[in-house]
Design a protein around this ligand. Structure first.
Ligand SMILES: Cc1ncc(COP(=O)(O)O)c(C=O)c1O
Length: 428
């Protein structure tokens, strides 16, 4: 591995010429590779196809004897509430199964809070002169889009290896009544794959918000998405910690089977305290008579119980493991000392941290040669990656062979961006 930082200008120029020549070679190949979105691969979705034929037309009743084909059960069918509750470590009454997208549920809850307020809150968020949300960064771009949509000020909070900077979180939440919420992906976070430590979860539970309508949006999208059976992260159950302190009304927990069964066609739920559940059930009752219970029935008949989901996820892990390992191996071979990256034990992403000022250039170089990555800055509120150093790698939907090529291209472009930067510094 050449040590670029110790090279003088002529050496750097020679290196640049060699890298550019390699880059031109890729250009001729007219590649069409995409590592931009965290989508399941086709063979992952194939695993769930038997679900589509597992309903018996003569057995459409769910617990309590109601017909899944008809209106009713706004909270979701009891079997589906129990399935999601068992996965989330909650009681079935603490879970609403609502639709097929957790992002949609988050949007709905922000909307209801904004226009009509939350349980225990004195006013709708929109009555606050400057409602604010804390946004651990890098984070999930679609979370940020929701708060941006409502013109809620987004405050970036740096992520550490064990979760968000809790000192900063406590400072804001406990002292600023305009802070109404925080976005969290507590296990295998998007995009770093970080799992919050026990201490961080306990500090979340111990928050004493200055606002009476503050909510933690605990998006547990990757709760069961371990890559390794015998080496995976454990996340403390935030609701258990909150119960010890009487702070459970502060949390909305989200989960979906989008990356377990079918993306955008799974079942999604929100977990919360009983008073919250009662309050938001009323709000949801304005927007729908009830969600898709046939889909809930499909899911409970197919998976049967939480163990069914765990077993199913082992099959996903078998498909995904070699993909993550391929990317990590090629990064290791090419970028040691030039960049840093996360090594997640689960989830859907790897974060590549380039030298400052090199992420956008790297992504643009990749694009020009046929490799699409998530837009530069996407993992930051308003698209502003101030250090311009974060690249999200989404390896799941690409084949191992394509991943090899894509990661080689990414490494090459990262090197070019670094050498260009060093050459520019020589000029300066
Ligand atoms: C952290 C996180 N939350 C939510 C979602 C979307 O979930 P759903 O399909 O349930 O809306 C994603 C999808 O990538 C995600 O990464």
């Amino acid at each position: 591995m050449p040590n670029y930082s110790s090279m003088h200008k002529e050496e750097l120029q020679r290196e640049f010429d060699a890298l550019t020549q390699e880059y031109e070679g890729y250009k001729e190949q007219k590649l069409s590779l995409n590592m931009s979105r965290g989508k399941p691969a086709t063979n992952q979705m194939d695993l769930t196809m038997p679900m589509l034929t597992c309903l018996d037309p003569d057995d459409m009743l769910f617990a309590g004897g109601m017909d899944a084909r008809n209106y009713g059960a706004l909270e979701g069918i009891p079997e589906a509430r129990k399935l999601l509750a068992d996965l989330m470590g909650l009681q079935p009454e603490e879970v609403l199964v609502c639709g097929s997208s957790s992002l949609n549920t988050m949007f709905d809850l922000v909307t209801h809070a904004y226009t009509h307020g939350v349980y225990g809150g004195s006013e709708p968020w929109m009555n606050c002169p400057h409602p604010k949300f804390l946004c651990p960064v890098p984070g999930y771009d679609r979370h940020f889009r929701i708060t941006e949509y409502y013109h809620i000020d987004m405050i970036p909070i740096p992520m550490h290896e064990d979760g968000p900077d809790m000192e900063l979180v406590e400072q804001y939440v406990n002292h600023d009544p305009f802070v109404k919420g925080i976005w969290c992906v507590p296990k295998y976070s998007n995009p770093q794959g970080i799992t919050y430590s026990d201490e961080v979860v306990r500090r979340f539970a111990a928050l004493k918000p200055a606002a009476d309508d503050f909510r933690i949006f605990w998006d547990n999208a990757y709760l069961v998405h371990d890559l390794y059976e015998d080496d995976h992260d454990e996340l403390l159950n935030i609701m258990d910690e909150c119960r010890k302190l009487g702070s459970e009304d502060m949390v909305y927990e989200f989960f979906s089977t989008s990356k377990i069964s079918f993306a955008g066609a799974g079942i999604a739920g929100v977990g919360a305290s009983l008073p919250n559940i009662k309050f938001i059930t009323k709000q949801f009752g304005v927007e729908t008579i009830g969600w898709n219970k046939l889909n809930m029935l499909l899911h409970v008949r197919f998976f049967k119980d939480a163990n069914g989901v765990y077993e199913h996820m082992k099959k996903h892990a078998k498909i995904l493991r070699p993909k993550f390992e391929t990317v990590l191996r090629i990064l290791d071979e090419n970028l040691t000392d030039l960049a840093e990256w996360t090594k997640p034990k689960g989830g859907y992403f790897i974060a590549l941290i380039t030298q400052n000022g090199c992420a956008k250039r790297t992504i643009d170089l990749c694009k020009s040669v046929g490799l699409t990555l998530t837009d530069a800055g996407a993992a930051f509120p308003y698209g502003h990656d101030l250090l311009d150093n974060t690249i999200r790698i989404a390896p799941t939907s690409v084949s191992v062979e394509e991943l090899e090529e894509a990661t080689e291209v990414l490494c090459l472009c990262t090197k070019i961006a670094v050498v260009e930067k060093l050459l520019a510094e020589c000029e300066a």
